[in-house]
Design a protein around this ligand. Structure first.
Ligand code: ZN
Length: 159
């Protein structure tokens, strides 16, 4: 079965940055996503389109294809009650900021008593990324997954 819109794809990945010592991998269980619903980076979806289980691929992404360029003016002062975690905040830490449009990652610059200064650039903004991907499974999405717009089960969302 080929990867196309409305398929659920499970894959293992290793991710490393060419511009920092950041690295991450999928661990024991593969990650699952619903193809064609912008659950993952668009450039990654394009690279996976038409592939099948068992295939492996290497993918180099420029910052533009990954998390965008770094914006120098992305520093914001935010009430601590809008971030998580809220305890033991330290400069350099990555936290979640809760906004009306969901939550996103930001990096702590300075911690005050009630507010925290955050760099709201994505932690991987401005970085060239290298992905090593192994496709584990491709299956049809369930009606419920299509309604929710994301994958359920192992490696996907749990409600
Ligand atoms: Zn769901």
């Amino acid at each position: 079965m080929k990867i196309e819109k409305n398929k659920v794809v499970s894959f293992h990945y290793g991710l490393s940055s060419m511009d920092s010592d950041f690295s991450e991998s999928s661990g024991e269980q593969p990650m699952a996503y619903l193809h064609g619903h912008r659950n993952i980076l668009p450039a990654m979806e394009r690279a996976l389109e038409g592939r099948e289980a068992g295939e492996t691929l290497s993918l180099s992404l420029s910052p533009e294809d990954a998390y965008g360029p770094r914006r120098p003016t992305a520093v914001q002062r935010v009430p601590i009650k809008h971030v998580s975690p809220q305890k033991n905040l330290k400069p350099g830490m990555v936290v979640k900021v809760h906004t009306d449009r969901g939550s996103r990652d930001a990096t702590v610059i300075k911690v005050g008593r009630f507010n925290v200064d955050l760099d709201t650039n994505h932690p991987l903004a401005g970085q060239h990324l290298q992905f090593e991907i192994e496709i584990v499974e491709v299956r049809d999405a369930s009606a419920e997954e299509l309604t929710h717009g994301h994958a359920h089960g192992v490696g996907g969302h749990h409600h």
